[in-house]
Ligand binder design. Structure first.
Ligand code: TYD
Length: 253
């Protein structure tokens, strides 16, 4: 369903081989996520996203991995979706505001894609181009699970608008923190945002969608059971991520 993710040397991840590599050209072509090699002389970083249902512990685990990778000498850029840029954070506020409860599903998908486009252009691509490791709290797979399946828009449509929005930039690795959605929601305190406030069946669909994505692309996903204490989960995330990075011969500091 996705194109092949960019290999470990994929600076400007996902640019089509032999294409102009320009974002404008990718837009013209409605670029689907594809693989590509970095232009000669450019460094290539690594892009890892964290995914999972509400309350799965993505933010905690991302932060623990960030510290681990920094201790190993990597430049790490940690960011989140929707958000991570001034414009993206404003879009996030709209998306999560319970007052926007009647937001149309396609408008919702486009707003997530718009925030993603801005994040790729301003943060992710520049970081990858200078050889950093990018850790992103959610990315495209959230749109496939929440909008494609949860909202019923269909994966193809969601993938298409996002292929265009991101010019094909895809994570090298997706860490899926797998947790029963009822357990995740129970971990949350305080007022639920617009999406957390959806019924449990919606969150169950999303959880199933994440598992299906991981099953379809085992090379690109690292699935970690997230019900265990955070330090145990962190150990599994660390071991899995380092093994994948080593397997791809990324300099590990
Ligand atoms: P989340 O990371 O859960 O924020 P927080 O943990 O701070 O509450 O993300 C916000 C919500 O947005 C979450 O409910 C999932 C949803 N979401 C989508 O529906 N589609 C997307 O493409 C993304 C990135 C997030």
């Amino acid at each position: 369903m996705h194109g092949t993710p960019t290999g470990p040397a994929g600076t400007g991840s996902g640019r089509r081989p032999g294409g102009s590599g320009s974002r404008a050209a990718d837009r013209e072509a409605g670029a689907a996520p594809t693989t590509g090699s970095p232009p000669a002389g450019r460094r290539s970083g690594w892009f890892i996203s964290f995914e999972g249902v509400e309350g799965a512990g993505k933010t905690t685990q991302l932060d623990l991995l960030r510290r681990e990778l920094e201790a190993r000498g990597h430049e790490v850029v940690a960011t989140r979706e929707p958000g991570g840029t001034p414009v993206g954070e404003r879009i996030r506020a709209i998306l999560l505001d319970p007052v926007a409860g009647d937001l149309d599903a396609r408008a919702e998908a486009l707003l997530f894609a718009a925030a993603r486009a801005q994040l790729v252009e301003q943060v992710i691509r520049p970081a990858l181009d200078r050889g950093a490791v990018v850790l992103c709290d959610r990315f495209l797979d959230s749109s496939l699970a929440y909008q494609g399946v949860g909202r019923g828009l269909g994966s193809e449509q969601v993938e298409r608008i996002n292929g265009w929005a991101t010019a094909g930039v895809l994570p090298h690795l997706v860490v899926l923190l797998d947790l029963d959605p009822a357990a995740g929601l129970a971990r949350r305190s305080g007022r639920r945002d617009r999406i957390e406030g959806q019924e449990l069946d919606f969150h169950r669909e999303v959880a199933r969608a994440f598992r299906a994505l991981a099953a379809e692309q085992p090379d690109r996903f690292l699935v970690v059971a997230a019900a265990a204490p955070a330090d145990q989960v962190a150990g599994q995330v660390r071991a899995g991520v380092l093994a994948r990075m080593e397997g791809s011969r990324v300099g590990l500091g």
